[in-house]
Design a binder for this molecule. Structure first.
Ligand code: NAD
Length: 435
């Protein structure tokens, strides 16, 4: 099956090409259905990068939770066909329940294209619902209730070779985008951050707590109940990608400090793996993947001959690096939990970070074994030395998300592997010998 076809957009709203972007996308395409957005009372969640790996799974969970969504994606690392699959999955879900599906709108555009962003956001304004407006208060309000921002480049190795590309998209893009959101009074923001912000603190081998990396001075009690004060800053970030995530957090923290109307939740993902149980959404980047699971899949499908294992002399049970793998559907649901907590006022206004991880570590060899048993295939390994910048163990302390967002992981590593094999059966031809 060709899962990369660009000709299969059959959205409920038509998509047409409207203007040429000056940035690195070919064109900006604006959804132009006949729905009268100005006259409608519907509210939406804006998802930037919503066709990517984590974004697409989050969009599906948003739909299932009843949210109308607006996706902005420039397809720099995703395919338009993901939209069709997303829409079909949503429709099947609601058809079986005999319920109407929430709205889903797609704009193929670069989020750094200021004119396009203003045009898109301009379509989602309505007269202010508050009858008593204060002097000088805006007469229009946005029907975008909140934003989830996935749009970024994410390859560590590429970021080392092309740092400016990363700072331009991930950092400069965010600054401009937040200014535009500000002007539309859209101030609930969920940001895709990463455990990479913990830098060399991860080397301690201790479960990582949010207080290990803060942006303002913060007091907390440690595991022995001793009150400690941390100063803002980071330690030992090893690459530009990691620095972009830390910088974005710092910028958002400053923004929320300056304007208390902003609620910013920075979700620090640990290692997302797996895919939707249907096997119809998955991790399918345009470029060569660097994350463990898609690399394993390349070996399973015969694209790569062996799986390189970097380091077998770490102080872990089997010597290979240990990570906190989290099923992408659990991760996606973490975003729904974060939005719900923000909308219900269960999290304080301002900037707050949350670890999204399981709290359990699995080694590279655990993953290999789990994939081998889910796929009934053997994965040839090539043992190499440690890779520069890697840490031996990186596991979350997910208590804050559990307590404040009422969220925790539910799915096991075995489930991740089973679901990935479904995706593989749907879209790729396995080429490995059966064990
Ligand atoms: P992805 O590359 O699959 O998805 C990102 C999406 O954003 C893609 O669809 C891409 O086309 C789009 N995009 C990029 N730049 C854009 C721009 N300027 N305008 C519009 N769209 C743009 O990546 P992912 O794995 O889904 O990651 C999503 C977010 O989570 C990223 O911010 C990433 O840094 C962060 N994150 C990912 C992981 C991981 O292991 N996958 C771990 C920690 C954090």
């Amino acid at each position: 099956m060709d899962n990369h076809s660009d000709s299969d957009v059959s959205s409920q709203r038509r998509v047409h090409s409207s203007s040429v972007s000056s940035l690195d996308t070919q064109s900006t395409e604006i959804d132009d259905s006949c729905e009268d957005l100005q006259g409608s009372d519907r509210e939406y969640i804006l998802v930037v990068g919503g066709l990517g790996y984590i974004g697409s799974h989050t969009c599906l969970e948003l739909l299932k939770s009843g949210y109308n969504i607006v996706i902005i994606d420039n397809l720099s690392n995703s395919f338009r066909s993901v939209y069709t699959r997303l829409e079909n999955l949503g429709r099947n879900y609601f058809d079986t329940r005999c319920e109407p599906m929430p709205q889903i709108h797609l704009y193929v555009s670069d989020y750094r294209d200021e004119a396009a962003m203003k045009q898109i956001l301009g379509e989602y304004v309505r007269p202010h619902t508050s009858p008593q407006l204060l002097e000088g208060e805006a007469r229009l309000e946005s029907r975008i209730r909140g934003v989830i921002h996935f749009g970024a480049y994410k390859s560590v190795s590429e970021s080392i070779q092309q740092p400016l590309k990363y700072y331009a998209n991930n950092v400069a893009g965010l600054v401009e985008f937040c200014s535009i959101l500000n002007s539309f009074q859209i101030k609930t923001f969920v940001f895709s951050s990463s455990a990479t912000v913990y830098g060399s603190i991860a080397n301690s081998g201790m479960p990582l707590r949010e207080e290990h990396c803060t942006h303002q001075e913060e007091a907390f009690s440690d595991h022995e109940g001793v009150t400690k004060t941390v100063l803002g800053g980071c330690t030992g970030l090893t690459n530009p990608y990691g620095r972009t995530k830390w910088m974005c957090e710092a910028i958002l923290s400053d923004l929320a400090l300056a304007d208390p109307e902003w609620t910013v939740l920075a979700l620090r993902y640990f290692n997302p793996v797996g895919c939707d149980e249907s096997g119809l959404l998955g991790e399918d980047p345009r470029g060569v993947p660097t994350n463990l699971m898609p690399v394993v899949l390349r070996v399973l499908t015969g694209i790569s001959p062996v799986l390189d294992v970097f380091g077998t002399d770490y102080p872990t049970a089997d010597g290979t690096a240990v990570r906190d793998f989290i099923h992408v559907t659990d991760l996606a649901r973490g975003h729904i939990a974060a939005l719900a907590a923000a909308f219900d006022g269960r999290v304080p206004k301002g900037f707050r970070t949350y670890n999204l991880g399981s709290g359990k570590g699995h080694s590279v060899l655990d993953v290999v074994n789990a994939v081998e048993s889910a796929s009934s295939s053997k994965i040839p390994l090539r043992i190499l030395g440690r890779r520069e910048g890697d840490v031996g163990s990186c596991v979350a302390m997910p208590k804050r998300a559990e307590t404040e967002l009422d969220w925790k992981t539910e799915k096991s590593l075995e489930t991740c592997c089973r679901d990935v094999c479904n995706f593989l059966d749907n879209f790729k031809r396995p080429a490995m010998p059966v064990v």
